[in-house]
Ligand binder design. Structure first.
Ligand code: MLT
Ligand code: MN
Ligand code: ZN
Length: 286
């Protein structure tokens, strides 16, 4: 299985268009210690022929353009991008689908997301896309996908929709020919006890790294506890990473997260625990 990390930032990216904080300013000015980050999104493929997106970021047009594996061809209107899997209905994970409206994809998403994702209504006016519920286990071009319901966190635009435990899910994707296994969980509101078992034996896992600490937004906004925003801070998930062969990566980094800077204490602490911060453009062969 081939994996391409297309983006690693939380909603807004780094730098965020309307933010003049120190980290966004460093990223904007070309400081080599704070690289710009596109909004989080992966591409996976069993053989390198057919590709599937894990989430669809609003930066997708640039992410595709920067990735030779995803270039169109050989036919004039052929693309190797066959579909997308959504972990949730948030705009930073779904808006990118509207940028693909010239094509016709298959999308897997948990049932509440299928029913309420705003982009689905928009896309219905263009081509006939296929939408599948992501529940328990399904096969994706020879890869085995298992779904773990993580939380009932609904996007702001769907606050009145019916509560359900699978508004947000994680995916565990295994290549049966190599045994390589990827877990993708960019939105962890909390750490359900059985999630540890879901991670067992994974080769690579990309986890929610939105915030480093529970109070990092206190200096810029009235929000004083990021747990209330549905993102478990890195300092609280680091001690929960189960021992074993897994390579741990944090993704969906907010521009307030000090770990976006290569020269930060936060980055040193993460690496001292055997984990890493995911970087845009990284490729894994699992
Ligand atoms: C989140 O990750 O909590 C959301 O993407 C927030 C947002 O709407 O940008
Ligand atoms: Mn987000
Ligand atoms: Zn900023």
């Amino acid at each position: 299985m081939k994996v391409i990390v297309l983006g690693t930032a939380a909603g807004g990216g780094l730098p965020q268009w309307n933010c003049a904080c120190a980290q966004c300013s460093r990223a904007r000015s070309g400081d080599p210690a704070v690289s710009p980050r596109r909004q989080d999104c992966l591409a996976i493929s069993a053989t390198g022929e057919n590709w599937f997106l894990l989430n669809a970021s609003p930066d997708l047009r640039e992410q595709i353009a920067a990735t030779p594996e995803l270039a169109p061809g050989p036919g004039r209107r052929e693309t190797p991008i066959r579909g997308a899997l959504l972990t949730d209905a948030e705009l930073d994970h779904t808006l990118g689908l509207t940028l693909l409206r010239e094509g016709q994809l298959t999308v897997w998403a948990p049932p509440p997301v299928l029913s309420h994702a705003a982009v689905r209504g928009l896309l219905a006016h263009y081509h006939h896309w296929t939408w599948h519920p992501a529940e328990t286990t399904f096969t994706l071009d020879g890869l085995t996908c298992t779904v773990f319901p993580l939380s009932g966190k609904r996007p702001r635009y769907a606050q009145t929709a019916t509560p359900a435990p699978n508004w947000v899910v994680a995916y565990r994707i295994t290549d049966p020919t190599t045994g390589g296994t990827l877990v993708y969980a960019p939105c962890l509101a909390h750490w359900p006890t059985p999630f540890t078992e879901f991670l067992a034996g994974a080769t690579h896992a990309l986890l929610d790294g939105t915030f480093h600490s529970p109070d990092e937004m206190a200096t810029t906004t009235a929000q004083t506890d990021q747990r209330a925003m549905g993102h478990l801070p890195i300092v609280e998930s680091l001690p929960l990473l189960p021992p074993g062969p897994t390579r741990w990566y944090y993704t969906h980094l907010n521009n307030t997260n000090p770990a976006v800077a290569h020269d930060s204490l936060a980055r040193t602490q993460i690496e001292a625990c055997g984990a890493s911060v995911a970087e845009d453009g990284t490729r894994f062969d699992l």
